[in-house]
Structure formats: C-alpha cells, structure tokens
Design a protein around this ligand. Structure first.
Ligand SMILES: *[C@@H]1O[C@H](CO)[C@@H](O)[C@H](O)[C@H]1NC(C)=O
Ligand SMILES: *[C@@H]1O[C@H](CO)[C@@H](O)[C@H](O)[C@H]1NC(C)=O
Ligand SMILES: *[C@@H]1O[C@H](CO)[C@@H](O)[C@H](O)[C@H]1NC(C)=O
Ligand SMILES: *[C@@H]1O[C@H](CO)[C@@H](O)[C@H](O)[C@H]1NC(C)=O
Ligand SMILES: *[C@@H]1O[C@H](CO)[C@@H](O)[C@H](O)[C@H]1NC(C)=O
Ligand SMILES: *[C@@H]1O[C@H](CO)[C@@H](O)[C@H](O)[C@H]1NC(C)=O
Ligand SMILES: *[C@@H]1O[C@H](CO)[C@@H](O)[C@H](O)[C@H]1NC(C)=O
Ligand SMILES: *[C@@H]1O[C@H](CO)[C@@H](O)[C@H](O)[C@H]1NC(C)=O
Ligand SMILES: *[C@@H]1O[C@H](CO)[C@@H](O)[C@H](O)[C@H]1NC(C)=O
Ligand SMILES: *[C@@H]1O[C@H](CO)[C@@H](O)[C@H](O)[C@H]1NC(C)=O
Ligand SMILES: *[C@@H]1O[C@H](CO)[C@@H](O)[C@H](O)[C@H]1NC(C)=O
Ligand SMILES: *[C@@H]1O[C@H](CO)[C@@H](O)[C@H](O)[C@H]1NC(C)=O
Length: 555
C-alpha cells in the first residue's frame, strides 16, 4: 500500500505540472493570437470613420443610446469595397458582346447593296436583331453609370418607326448584384447603308409595350407570404419553415430575446441586430430573428413609437436568407412547442442572462438552443453590448448581409432613372440639429437657402438637376434654389408610394392587405440612396458647414 502511494504520488504531481505547463502555453498562444487579430483586424463598419466619436458618445451618455447622425443610413450595399459578384447567369452587355452579336447577324443575313436601300424600303422592323444592336450601342454611350444586363427582343411602339425595348440593369454605384428593370421607347431613323440609328428616346419606363405582363398576386399570400407577383417578380421574401421535426432537433440556434434596443433608432437596430447575427455566425448557429420591428418615434409621423413594422419594409429579407442562416422567431417557437408536446426529453437549452457571458465562452456549448435573455435594466439590456470589448475582436458584424429593401430600391431607381441618372445631389441636415445651437452652432445658418446657394455656386452648374436629400419638413424651404437649379425633392415623387403605386400594392400584401405608411425611415433610406447616385455630391458636414457631424468637438 505504502509503496504504491509513494510511486503514484510523484506521477500525479508531474502530471499536474505537465498539464499546467500545457495550459500556460495554450494561454500564451491564445493571447498572442488575439493580439495579432487585434492589431490586424479592421471591422468593416460604416461608422468606423467616426469610431472615436462613437465610442465617446456611447461611454459618456448615461443611456448609451445612439445619438449619431440618423439622416443618412448606410447598409451593406453602400459599403462593400467592390460589387458583390452577380449570379452566374447575368451577363453584362458590353461593346465586345455587341460586336459578337453583330458578327452573328452579319453571317445570318445577306448583305444588302447600298442601292437596295431606297427610301420606300426603309421600314423599321422591331424584331430585326440590328434594332437591338442599335439600342444597345446607344444605351452604352448615353448611360455611363449603368451596367446593362439582359435585353429582351424589342416590340412595336405606338408608331411605325418606334420600338419599345426592355432590359435589366445595375447601377455602378450600387455594390449589390440586384437587377432593376427599365423599358423605354426608341424612335429610329436610318444611317448610311440602311443601318438603324436611334433618333430619340423617351424617358424612364416609357416603353410600355415592352413591359412584362404582370403576374397576378395569388390569394394565398398574406403577411407570411409576400414576394412573387403583384409587382417586382424578382422579389421572393417569403418566410421559410423549418421543415420536419428532426430538422429542428438537429439544428443549433442562437436566440436573442427582445432587449432594450426595441423601439430605438434604426442605427441602433442595425448595430444591435448585426451583433446578434455576427455572434450566430461566429458560433456557427442559426439566428432566430424577430421580423416584427418597432419604429422609433423619431421616424414616425405620429410622433410615437410604432410596433408591428415588418423587417421586409426596410431590409432585403431575401438577401439575408441567402447570406446567413436564420429562422423566423414565430416558426422557431412553433416548432419548439411542437417538440415539447411530442417528446419527453427536453431540447437542451442554455439560458444566458447577461451580455457579460462572451461569445467565446459559448463557443464550446453543445446545447441546441442558446438563449440570450436581456432582462436587465438599460443600458445593460442592449444587444450590441454582447459585441463590446474583447468580443469585438472576433465577432464581425456581417454588414454584407444587410441590404435595403428591394421595394425601396425600386423607388430609388425610379427617381434617379427619371433624371436619367444625370443629376447632382446635396444633403441638407436640419431638424433637431439645426435647432441645437449648443452642439451645432453654425448648422442652422449654414443650411439657410442663401448659404446653400452660395456654396453650390462653382460646385454645381446652373440648371442641372439637383436632388436635395433632407430632413427639412417644409417643402418650399428650398424654393430659392429653383432660380438656379432644377430642384428635385423626395416629395415630388410621392406617387411612387401613393395608393396607386406598385410599392403600395406590394407592401400591403405583407401587411394582410392593409396599407403601409411610407414612414420616416423609408424616406431616409430612399434619400440616402438617391444621394449616392448623384454625380457631384455635396454633404452637409465637411462641405456646407464646419460643424461636426456628432456635435461640437467630435471631429
Ligand atoms: C435616458 O432615457 C430615458 C428614457 O428614454 C430618458 O428619460 C432619460 O432622460 C435619459 N437619460 C439621459 C441621461 O439621457
Ligand atoms: C441560366 O442558367 C440556367 C441553368 O444554369 C440555364 O439553363 C439558362 O440557359 C441560363 N440562362 C442564360 C440567359 O444564360
Ligand atoms: C461569321 O463568319 C466568319 C467567317 O465567315 C466566322 O469566322 C465567324 O466565326 C462567324 N461568326 C459567327 C458568330 O458565327
Ligand atoms: C422582321 O425581322 C424578322 C427577323 O429578322 C423577320 O423574321 C421578319 O420577317 C421581319 N419582318 C418584316 C415585316 O420584315
Ligand atoms: C409591328 O409593326 C409592323 C408594321 O409596322 C407589323 O407588320 C407587325 O405585324 C407588327 N408586329 C406586331 C407583333 O404587332
Ligand atoms: C456603306 O457601304 C459601302 C459599300 O458597301 C462601304 O464602303 C461603306 O464603308 C459603308 N458605310 C458604312 C458607314 O458602313
Ligand atoms: C421563394 O423562395 C423560397 C425559398 O426561400 C422557395 O422555397 C420558393 O419556392 C420561392 N418562391 C418562388 C415563387 O420562387
Ligand atoms: C465554425 O465553423 C468553422 C468552419 O467549419 C470552424 O472553423 C469554426 O471553428 C467554428 N466555430 C465555432 C465557434 O465552433
Ligand atoms: C419547451 O419546454 C421548455 C422546458 O420546459 C421551456 O423552457 C420552453 O419555453 C418550451 N418552449 C416553448 C416554445 O414553449
Ligand atoms: C387614394 O388616395 C387619394 C388621395 O390621397 C384618395 O382620394 C383615394 O380615395 C385613395 N384611393 C384608395 C383606393 O384608397
Ligand atoms: C395595385 O393593385 C390594384 C388592385 O389589385 C390594381 O388594380 C392596380 O393595377 C395595382 N397597381 C399597380 C401599380 O400594380
Ligand atoms: C466635400 O468635402 C469632402 C471632404 O472635405 C471633399 O473631399 C469633397 O470634395 C467635398 N465635396 C465637394 C463637392 O466639394
């Protein structure tokens, strides 16, 4: 007995020594790795530019809420460094592809001799492939900011020398691969040797004969449906179900309960939502998401928080589905409940009560569901706090997953398309900031119509189209600028969300047939995107005024 004790003891001690040595090495190695990551890692956050200011704001204000500029809203499609690659199928129409199709035509048709081209033989045949070639050339030359994707065969216009042509395109300023449709009416004449020449083109969406026949909305689509017919046939943002029960048990979920972010501004929503989604991606888990948002009073025309807004009014759910592993909360809870009813064994759940439990600590957890609960008082219950501190070094916010709603982007395309993408833009921040002389002492005076007019002289040529993105509610405020520019304001396009619009039809379908108000956040989203499409862009901060974006002494 004694002997064996004597022999085992040193082995045990050695083992402990060995283990602690290994542990220490692992610890040192981990620290080293984190240090390397911390030094090299640059989070792709759109607010990175003002990160110090942001941190200051977040740490100094008692409530730790977002006070940052909410009159512009960048999402993933604005901040990618290069366009997201398009689906394999969409080919771009370039000079090279045009030449190729010309060659093909040349081989197909017997060349006419020039004497054949008498005046009475000059008829415009819209199905003639050379008509399309003429249109493709014309578009390429005129609309430099547009990437033309696929064209459809031209059809007759309203007169014999007209054809209506439809195509899909992308704006080079948008870093997503999403496609938009335009159809225009072209008037043709003949050049030398009977070649077709575009004489004139009518504006955006003028080629109504080439417009695709609409798919009638099916009756089965309600709040859970959405997408498909009715309007843009390319939108499919239906809510997927989890499928069979065994799928549910096999899944791994990260579930965030509603926290203090609910009903805060949209910037905070994005900042928090992307933290949760980022954690889910880090943990290789499916994120359980609540599609029902609360619109903060600051964006609401009613002046109070509005619950029950659909995520899909604002963001591209289809893209999110394709980019991240998510499940809608209602579907998730339904399946969980079903499981509870039909199985004795409970699904393993790890409840996490505080944001202080870091994603790293959860990475080894095998529970089917990790349920983060945010029950503490503000500001302890903000989702984004999970990503603070060390976690920010290894949890990345997946900005690329969050794009603006295609339905809103269709409005953006329509507004900029109406101006043939040939406009300059100015962003004028007024509202609360202009009234707060303590934080923004010069803003009010610097955004006075005369001051803007003065500033724009020399930057924007007279009689250019000028789009003004602004939170100034008084429509006539900018009338003075009309003496020099063709002024365009968002409200000039209110028919795009009025009760006869495609947008109105499509959003009501998401809302059980009830109309959806075009709210302040949608206005900001559209204003932002139209602004980005301007050729010359004049910002309020750094261009119109020397005041800082986030208040005095923050820049
Ligand atoms: C914190 O938020 C509450 C409610 O939104 C507000 O009443 C309070 O004044 C805020 N405190 C600070 C310091 O901003
Ligand atoms: C798109 O891809 C599908 C299958 O990958 C193919 O059948 C179809 O012809 C393609 N369309 C075009 C326009 O290339
Ligand atoms: C057209 O014909 C030329 C020679 O006749 C040939 O080299 C070329 O490949 C043909 N092009 C197409 C697209 O058929
Ligand atoms: C128009 O062009 C198409 C294709 O080249 C041809 O099939 C058709 O016969 C032409 N129609 C007329 C009226 O010339
Ligand atoms: C288009 O117009 C031509 C004459 O201008 C006519 O011959 C042809 O039938 C029309 N095509 C269609 C599809 O209406
Ligand atoms: C027109 O045809 C003639 C003879 O075929 C040719 O020499 C001339 O280059 C052609 N012009 C154009 C603009 O294609
Ligand atoms: C929409 O997408 C879902 C997958 O998210 C798919 O199951 C469904 O068939 C699609 N609907 C249409 C009309 O394409
Ligand atoms: C997530 O999956 C990736 C690739 O399969 C793996 O490298 C990583 O360690 C996983 N992360 C966690 C926290 O399990
Ligand atoms: C399923 O049962 C567990 C344990 O009783 C419970 O915590 C959970 O809330 C139940 N889930 C649902 C969706 O009712
Ligand atoms: C659409 O709006 C106009 C004016 O806002 C109103 O007069 C009209 O009744 C509305 N039509 C429907 C179908 O709601
Ligand atoms: C909107 O829906 C109504 C009724 O379903 C339909 O008459 C109208 O043409 C639709 N408008 C648009 C722009 O799609
Ligand atoms: C606005 O200010 C930025 C930063 O100072 C500058 O780079 C940009 O050229 C200015 N834009 C115009 C139109 O003056």
């Amino acid at each position: 007995m004694k002997e064996s004790d004597l022999t085992t003891e040193p082995i045990g001690q050695n083992l402990i020594k060995l283990i602690s040595n290994v542990c220490f090495s692992v610890f040192v190695f981990t620290v080293l790795i984190f240090t390397v990551i911390a030094v090299t890692y640059q989070p792709p956050d759109p607010w990175l530019e003002s990160a110090p200011a942001l941190t200051k704001l977040l740490t100094q204000t008692e409530n730790a809420t977002f006070k940052i500029d909410g009159s512009m809203l960048k999402t993933g499609e604005d901040i990618a460094s290069s366009p997201v690659s398009p689906p394999a199928n969409s080919t771009q129409v370039t000079e090279a592809t045009i030449e190729k199709s010309e060659e093909k035509i040349g081989n197909m048709t017997v060349m006419k001799s020039s004497t054949d081209c008498d005046d009475d033989l000059k008829i415009v045949n819209c199905s003639d492939p050379r008509v399309l070639v003429a249109v493709e050339r014309f578009n390429l030359k005129v609309f430099k900011s547009i990437v033309f994707l696929d064209y459809e065969t031209p059809v007759n216009g309203s007169k014999p020398d007209e054809c209506d042509v439809s195509w899909r395109f992308r704006n080079k300023k948008e870093k997503s691969w999403r496609r938009y449709r335009d159809f225009r009416r072209f008037k043709f004449g003949f050049g030398e040797n009977c070649t077709y020449k575009v004489f004139h083109t009518s504006g955006w969406h003028s080629g109504v004969n080439a417009r695709r026949p609409r798919v009638r909305p099916s009756s089965a689509r309600g709040a859970r449906g959405g997408g498909g017919g009715g309007g843009d046939p390319e939108i499919n943002d239906t809510i997927a179900t989890l499928g069979s029960q065994s799928n549910f048990r096999r899944g791994k979920y990260l579930y965030y309960s509603r926290g203090g972010d609910y009903c805060k501004g949209m910037n905070q929503y994005m900042w928090s939502f992307l933290c949760g989604l980022g954690e889910a991606m880090y943990l290789n888990r499916t994120f359980v998401m609540d599609l029902s948002l609360c619109l903060s009073a600051s964006y609401s025309s009613k002046g109070k928080d509005e619950e029950g807004k659909d995520f899909r009014y604002y963001f591209d759910f289809e893209h999110l589905k394709e980019t991240a592993s998510i499940v809608e909360e209602g579907e998730f809870l339904r399946d969980w409940k079903k499981w509870n009813r039909s199985h004795k064994r409970k699904v393993p759940v790890r409840k996490v009560k505080t944001h202080r439990v870091s994603p790293l600590q959860l990475s080894k957890d095998k529970s089917t569901i990790i349920w983060r609960q945010f029950d503490s008082p503000e500001p302890e219950n903000y989702w984004y706090r999970v990503c603070e501190g060390q976690a920010s070094k290894y949890v990345e916010r997946p900005w690329h997953a969050l794009w603006k709603s295609k339905r809103l982007m269709n409005i953006v395309s329509e507004i900029s398309g109406k101006m043939d993408w040939d406009f300059d833009a100015v962003h004028v921040v007024r509202g609360e900031k202009a009234q707060n002389k303590k934080l923004w002492p010069h803003l009010d005076a610097d955004t006075w119509p005369d001051a803007i007019l003065n500033k724009l002289k020399g930057i924007v040529q007279v009689w250019r189209n000028l789009y003004i993105a602004t939170n100034e509610p008084f429509y006539n405020y900018f009338d003075k600028l009309r003496s020099q520019y063709k002024v365009h304001l968002l409200d000039d396009y209110s028919y795009l969300w009025g009760n006869k619009s495609e947008w109105y039809n499509e959003t009501s379908l998401l809302n059980n047939g009830k109309p959806v108000e075009f709210d302040g956040y949608m206005r900001v989203a559209v204003d932002t995107e139209v602004f980005y499409r301007g050729k010359t862009r004049v910002e309020t901060f750094y261009n119109l005024t020397t005041d800082c974006k986030d208040g005095i002494n923050t820049c």
